[in-house]
Structure formats: structure tokens, C-alpha cells
Write a protein that binds this ligand. Structure first.
Ligand code: SAH
Length: 511
């Protein structure tokens, strides 16, 4: 919902944000906040697109130099940042860059472009792959016994040759952008005096489900990388610390068969608010996750009527709240009316499930009633209201009738007020392309299937929560449908893995 108080944040303004090395959990809190505040987001090949869920309403522009036929030069990117910041009287631009902003990747030049244009900017440092990729491979860049110093260098020999002899006193070397030139680089390092037996490791796509590692010595690492087929993006660590992987390996130590979705992308759709527990289950199976909201929240169509209803709640015994969004919107409207939680004193409040109850608690209100099993049906059956008591359901225009039917059948009076609206989400071109590139899309309900078909077409592999959802998906036009063996999120995550196996023609896992 766009119902925030007007932002005091200045425009134009540019946030140069380090996206971290790939694991979406490694974005900083300030980075996430700056994304939320952005009107426009420019992101890179190396910045995980999963992070765009922090800015669902922003315009997103892919300016990566990989994967698109049009090569975008650094000068064009600099100009685009400035143009976007100035657009329409001033915008907040988030420039999301892989790793850290100022570790290679030319963040300094983008900051200079802002400075020269007189546009305010901030720098949000990120977790650099130079340290994080080795860490996820079980290699600390320093260690009291093995290394007291480290240096990060570019292996891109175009950018003005190496001076390896100057680095002779440095214990650990971390090479970025050097996989292609690894033969040459290791030869040069040995020539400059490094022991050919120095342990070395190369980490590709570090911190992501696609992480792969090759190990060897300075003399053998280039061959090992070739043999394993590792390519960019990768970092190579040279130094005694590389040996520690033998004991400290953790992230990629999980056996392959526990990670059936390793290297895959699963699009997780949702038609409700709240965090997606399914995303975590899918991640645990090794996949990268693309969260796709299929609906968005909008203002109620009749604020005057809503405010009249909220202003005078005399006679109402119970408020019924059946989503997190309802709680959020309720407080937005109380604020607009110049009221706060005290206005609800004397009313009893029911939440449809623990998640809604938690959101209430965040606003300082304790739910008087939560049904034993989440859901409108249970709420209707179990609400401790007397016949004749008035309940007020604050909800969206698409509320299902279950609650009303259940309560009226018990003689409880049911009234509904439209607090917000839900509308089909829209996706910009980039988001749509990412969705279509996902290996499988999960559907938790029939309405999700219909929304997805309308949004992205039906040429997608989908995993459905149960037979009803699967039927709805086929009716909506999807032909590659895998059904979860039971209606749980665990089973849906397994179904996603199965869907990918089937599609790739691999033998069925025989479960
Ligand atoms: N600013 C970035 C580096 C940009 S230069 C940072 O701080 O991480 C691009 C190089 O970074 C790639 O060629 C590769 O060497 C390295 N890199 C970025 N992400 C990586 C990842 N997830 N795994 C391994 N190397 C990565």
C-alpha cells in the first residue's frame, strides 16, 4: 500500500549500494533500507536479482555487461545514474553493485559522476566477494598461524600488468577477475618468487547455491580450474590459508543429494502478504529463489465510508483481522483519522492465525482470540462470540464468504468494511524475463495459477500445492504441472525439485 507518510528524503539522490557477493542474506541493513527508499534501481550482473524484493515498487533497470547483447559502457552507466536521478524533478536512485562498492567494479567512478553533476549521494559498503567467497569455501583470508596479511588484486591483465614482486611480503593473495588468465598469473607469481607448492583454491559463484571450488597448489591450480570447468565469476586464493578448507569446509559440504535443486532458480509466487516460508524450504534444497508477488495492495475505493465506519465503533463487539495487510492498513487509517490504538479500547480483536497476531503484537495489541488452526473456517467456528453480537471484518474487496457464512449460521452478526484492495501485480520487462527464466514456479492456490497465467503466460514449469491447485493450473493453460504429494509447503518444495528432474528428462527419483 502506498499509504506512508510523505518521505522527508531528499531528491535527487543516489545510493551506491554494495549488494554483497550473492547470498541475499549478506546485504546490509542499510542497503535494504536504501533499496526500499528508491524510485529507480540500477543493478548488475553480479548483484543477486533476489534483492529486488526489497523494492517491489521501484523501476528496475539491468545494466549488467553480461547476458545482454547491448554492451553498456561504464560512461553510459554513469550518465544513466545522473539522468535517472534528475528525471521528473528528482528521483532516488539505488545503484546496486555486486560485492562492495569500491572493491573493483568502478564504484569510485560512479561516485565521481554524481559529485561532478552536483547530485547528493551516499555509499553503502557491501560484503566483498574477495573475503566472502573464500569464507564460504572454508578459507579465512588471515589466520594467526598461517597469514598475517592479505592483498586483493585484479587478475585482469589488460588493466595494467602485475607487479607481483612488490607483493612478496604479503601472505595471502586474493585474485579477482582472473580465471581466464590463471596460467599466466601463476607463472608470473612463481617467477616473482612465490613457492609453486603454495596451496591455492578457486571459488566460482561463491556464497550462492551455484558455488563450486577447485583446489591445488600455485603450480596446479590453473589446470584444476580448467578440469573442473570453472569460469567467471570466481576468486582465487593463494596462500597457506587455502589449506584450511580441508578442516573448515562448511557451506558446500552438504552432499549433492540433499540439494536436489542446487544451481536452479525457483520462482515462489504468493497471493498473500507476509514472509514466504516456502522460500526458505526451497533454499534449503539448494535453489536460488525468485519471490514473485502476484497481487499488490492498493487503497480502498471508498475512504470516506471506511473512515465513517472506523470513527464510531459503538456496538461492535469483535474486530476480525484476517491478514497482516489488514493490520497494517488499520493502523494507517487510524493515523489518518488522528487516532491511535486507544481508539480500539473496549473492543475484542480476533486474528485469523499466528502471523496476523504477531503483526498486531508489533503494534502493541494482544489478539484476544486466534483459532486453533489458522483460517477463516476455523475462525468462524471457534470465535467465542454470543449470538447477536456484532463482528466487524476489516478486509479487502475480495474477502471470501466463508467467515460470513460460518458466523451468520451461528447467529453472530457479521459486517464487512473494505479496508484495502488487492489488485493483480504487474511486472516490468526485467522482472518478467527473470520469472520466465526460472526453472520452476510454485503455485500455492488456484488463484495463484490464474494470476500467473495472466501475468507471465503459460509456457512455464509449475509445481502445485495440491490436486485442486493443479486442476486450476491446467485449466489456466499450464501443461507442465507437478502436484505435491500432500498439501504442505515441504511437499511443495519437493514437488518443485521433481518438476525440474522431469523436465530435464532425468530418471524419476522413484519416491
Ligand atoms: N565489487 C565486487 C568485485 C567486482 S569485480 C566485490 O567486492 O566483490 C568482479 C569480480 O568479482 C569477478 O570477476 C569475480 O572475481 C569476483 N566475484 C564477484 N562475485 C563473486 C562470487 N559470488 N564468487 C566469486 N567471485 C566473485
Amino acid at each position: 500500500m502506498t499509504a506512508q507518510t510523505p518521505s522527508p528524503l531528499s531528491r535527487p539522490f543516489v545510493s551506491l549500494i554494495g549488494a554483497g557477493p550473492g547470498d541475499p542474506g549478506l546485504l546490509t541493513l542499510r542497503g535494504a533500507e536504501a533499496l526500499r527508499q528508491a524510485d529507480v534501481v540500477l543493478f548488475d550482473y553480479l548483484a543477486n536479482p533476489e534483492l529486488l524484493r526489497h523494492c517491489p515498487d521501484a523501476e528496475t533497470i539491468y545494466v549488467g555487461k553480461k547476458g545482454f547483447s547491448d554492451y553498456i559502457s561504464q560512461e553510459q552507466i554513469n550518465a544513466l545514474i545522473v539522468d535517472k536521478a534528475r528525471e521528473g524533478g528528482g528521483k532516488r536512485v539505488a545503484r546496486l553493485k555486486g560485492g562492495d562498492v569500491f572493491v573493483f567494479g568502478r564504484g569510485g567512478e560512479e561516485a565521481e559522476a554524481c559529485a561532478h553533476a552536483g547530485i547528493g549521494f551516499e555509499v553503502v559498503p557491501g560484503v566483498t566477494s574477495a573475503i566472502a567467497a573464500p569464507a564460504y569455501a572454508g578459507i579465512p583470508v588471515t589466520h594467526r598461524e598461517a597469514a598475517r596479511s592479505f592483498a586483493v588484486l585484479t587478475g585482469n591483465t589488460k588493466e595494467g600488468g602485475a607487479h607481483y614482486e612488490r607483493l612478496s611480503g604479503v601472505d595471502t593473495l586474493v585474485l579477482l577477475m582472473g580465471v581466464r588468465n590463471l596460467d599466466q598469473i601463476s607463472t608470473d607469481l612463481i617467477k616473482a618468487g612465490r613457492d609453486p607448492q603454495t596451496p591455492a583454491a578457486t571459488v566460482q559463484w561463491g556464497t550462492t547455491p551455484r558455488q563450486r571450488v577447485a583446489t591445488g597448489t600455485l603450480a596446479t591450480i590453473a589446470g584444476a580450474v580448467r578440469e573442473a570447468g570453472l569460469e567467471a565469476p570466481a576468486v582465487t586464493v593463494v596462500g597457506e590459508v587455502a589449506r584450511l578448507r580441508d578442516t573448515l569446509r562448511w557451506f558446500d559440504a552438504v552432499p549433492e543429494h540433499h540439494r536436489p535443486l542446487a544451481g536452479r532458480t525457483v520462482a515462489v509466487t504468493r497471493t498473500r502478504d507476509g514472509a514466504s516460508a516456502l522460500a526458505d524450504l526451497v533454499r534449503a534444497r539448494g535453489a536460488g529463489v525468485l519471490e514473485v508477488p502476484l497481487i499488490r495492495f492498493a487503497e480502498t475505493g471508498n475512504e470516506a465510508a471506511l473512515h465513517a465506519r472506523l470513527r464510531d465503533l459503538t456496538g461492535v463487539a469483535w474486530l476480525l483481522l484476517t491478514s497482516n495487510q489488514a493490520v497494517t492498513a488499520l493502523f494507517t487509517h487510524l493515523r489518518r483519522l488522528g487516532l491511535d490504538a486507544r481508539h480500539l479500547a473496549g473492543l475484542r480483536i480476533a486474528a485469523v492465525g499466528p502471523s496476523t497476531a504477531r503483526t498486531l503484537a508489533e503494534h502493541g495489541l494482544h489478539a484476544d482470540f486466534v483459532p486453533s488452526t489458522p483460517g477463516a473456517r476455523h475462525l468462524a467456528a471457534e470465535l467465542p462470540a454470543q449470538p447477536g453480537a456484532v463482528t466487524l471484518h476489516l478486509t479487502s474487496q475480495v474477502a471470501e464468504d466463508e467467515l460470513e457464512r460460518g458466523l451468520t449460521a451461528r447467529g453472530v452478526r457479521y459486517e464487512r468494511a473494505e479496508l484495502y484492495r488487492t489488485e493483480p501485480a504487474t511486472l516490468d520487462g526485467g522482472a518478467l524475463a527473470r520469472l520466465r527464466a526460472a526453472d520452476v514456479v510454485t503455485l500455492a492456490s488456484g488463484s495463484a495459477a490464474r494470476h500467473l497465467a495472466a501475468l507471465a503466460g503459460t509456457d512455464l514449469t509449475v509445481a502445485a500445492m495440491g490436486p485442486q491447485t493443479a486442476d486450476a493450473a491446467r485449466e489456466a493453460g499450464f501443461s507442465r504441472v507437478t502436484v505435491a504429494r500432500e498439501a504442505t509447503l515441504e511437499a511443495l518444495a519437493d514437488a518443485a525439485a521433481q518438476a525440474v528432474l522431469h523436465r530435464d528428462g532425468a530418471p524419476s527419483p522413484g519416491r
